[in-house]
Ligand binder design. Structure first.
Ligand code: CA
Length: 234
């Protein structure tokens, strides 16, 4: 299920660039160019289809994006990232106080924007949905909070990195977690190209947790995409 982003930006070229970059990352984007359009879109959005994130330019043709911050904050739980051409600190602090979650100053790179979006969404995830911290299937028991892994009743010792990787998969059990998501969440933003780490650590986890590591039944590979922790297929 892809996340829905509202992009409010009147600069046509920038809007197109950001829109395209977000779509490549798998976001669904609703892009508008003015306060009035943003209000119209927000007015149509029902309880069930809220935005997951809002990118809000401040300098809009029909007013200041800041005027939308308060109502956005009141109606949407989505993180709001403000886009501004302003450089001084005072408005930045005021905007953060007014409900913005983060702040991008033009010119910024698409990579920086996407990274800030991921951080904002992670924070939101922590606040609004209880994390999945347990996996119990077919003899394997993982309790992330207690930091405990058992296989058929026997404690399994994992290294800290192995445990972090497993915990990340537990959080989205049954779903494929992409290479990029795993690398960012376990190792950090600067490691997104280190897919060999994943092969290495997934191999180690399989050795410890699978009956036959060469034919895994819990820790599955989605070629070219990522990995998933599933209910063991017997
Ligand atoms: Ca503008």
């Amino acid at each position: 299920m892809s996340l829905q982003v509202l992009l409010v930006e009147d600069d046509r070229e920038l809007r197109a660039t950001l829109n395209a970059a977000m779509q490549v990352e798998g976001y669904r984007v609703v892009a508008v160019a003015s306060l009035a359009e943003a209000k119209a879109v927000l007015g149509q959005v029902g309880e069930r289809s809220r935005f997951d994130l809002v990118l809000l330019d401040l300098g809009l043709p029909d007013g200041d994006g800041e005027s939308l911050l308060g109502s956005l904050r009141a109606e949407q739980r989505a993180p709001i990232i403000v886009i501004s051409a302003r450089h001084t600190d005072a408005p930045k602090i005021r905007l953060l106080d007014a409900g913005a979650d983060d702040y991008l100053v033009k010119p910024f790179s698409v990579g920086e924007m996407l990274a800030r979006m991921r951080v904002a969404l992670r924070h939101k995830g922590r606040m609004t949905s209880p994390a999945v911290t347990r996996y119990v299937h077919d003899g394997l028991e993982v309790d992330v909070e207690a930091h405990r892994v058992r296989l058929h009743g026997e404690a399994v010792h994992l290294t800290p990195t192995e445990f972090k990787l497993l915990a990340r998969l537990v959080r989205q059990q049954g779903q494929v977690v992409t290479h990029r998501q795993l690398l960012v969440d376990v190792w950090g933003e600067e490691f997104t190209s280190h897919t060999h780490y994943l092969r290495l650590y997934m191999g180690q986890l399989r050795t410890k947790l699978e009956t036959n590591p060469a034919d895994p039944h819990r820790l599955l590979t989605e070629p070219g995409v990522g990995y998933a922790l599933v209910e063991a297929r017997t």
